[in-house]
Design a protein around this ligand. Structure first.
Ligand code: PDD
Length: 287
């Protein structure tokens, strides 16, 4: 069976899905996107992802082509048509197709493209062993709170990480960690509290981050929403990242130095379990 994707109102085999040459997503990176984790065939935290999509579209002034109920119907149908039980649903909305010109086109309608990627999230070697990150300068623009499809800085950051033998880049501005190339960055202090950068235009408001903070509050873990430096991360007891496509992943090396004893720590493992429990239980997720 060929992979089925969604393009502008139709479900079709990926080989038949074509976006016109003059699409502004292709020419300008003029669009926004979302990515949602799927576990047991269910979309995790989807309402919050759709809320963030609505905000991203508003901020860049692209009309939202669908209601929340319509988006959900399309996502669920795509997951079903691909028989996917675990993985990731990606979709993007661009400003549409028009002759190349920087000004917003008057006639164009947004292009909507959605696809699924099957992937093991609940169980993976990365989750068991942890991953390595390297720090790189944060070279992005000033509106990182918008989930823009302009990802060149992240592509370069993550490739640099890969070439250094790591799996993620932690981006740094003025000595402070902003976030991962495609994830939110956390450390755990020796006293056992979680440190994460507060929301601002400098980072994406991660949906997994949001759920994780709620879970840790309920669990009585002390939370410090503040900036942290690279040096503080080197000295941390534990480190981890969160994203829709990985949930919670232990970070066991930063710039080649082991974090703590170089193994996934107890706070990280506890948070991963709490998150998995929430994701596996729709009733908990809806609370
Ligand atoms: N990335 N920060 C950045 C820069 C991201 O690109 C992402 C997500 C996150 C985590 O956000 P969330 O928990 O809502 O997934 C933080 C997705 C997974 C991606 O680009 O593939």
């Amino acid at each position: 069976m060929s992979r089925i994707v969604f393009l502008n109102g139709s479900f079709l085999p990926i080989e038949e899905a074509r976006v016109p040459f003059m699409d502004r997503g292709f020419l300008f990176g003029d669009g926004v996107y979302e990515g949602i984790g799927v576990l047991d065939g269910r979309l995790i935290d989807n309402e919050a992802h759709l809320e963030r999509l609505e905000r991203s579209l508003r901020e860049v002034r692209i009309p939202n082509p669908y209601s929340r109920a319509e988006w959900t119907r399309i996502q669920e149908e795509l997951v079903q048509r691909n028989g996917m039980t675990e993985g990731f649903v990606y979709f993007q909305v661009t400003r549409g197709v028009a002759e190349r010109d920087f000004f917003f086109p008057e006639e164009a309608r947004p292009t909507v493209a959605m696809f699924t990627q099957a992937k093991s999230i609940a169980q993976s070697p990365a989750a068991e062993k942890g991953i390595a990150v390297v720090t790189v300068p944060d070279q992005r623009w000033e509106r990182r709170d918008i989930k823009s499809i302009n990802l060149l800085a992240q592509v370069l950051a993550k490739q640099a990480a890969k070439e250094a033998g790591a799996q993620e880049a932690w981006m740094v501005q003025d000595g402070f960690v902003t976030e991962g190339g495609s994830s939110s960055a956390f450390i755990v202090t020796k006293a056992g509290s979680i440190v994460v950068r507060p929301l601002s235009n400098a980072i994406l408001p991660g949906i997994t981050r949001r759920s994780l903070l709620q879970l840790s509050r309920e669990d009585g873990i002390v939370l410090e929403e503040r900036l942290f430096t690279v040096e503080e991360a080197y000295e941390a007891a534990e480190a981890f990242l969160t994203s829709a496509s990985n949930f919670v992943l232990p970070v066991v090396r930063i710039d080649g130095r082991p974090v703590g004893d170089g193994k996934p720590g107890p706070v990280t493992q506890r948070l991963r379990q709490l998150y998995l429990r929430m994701a596996a239980s729709p009733a908990l997720a809806a609370e």
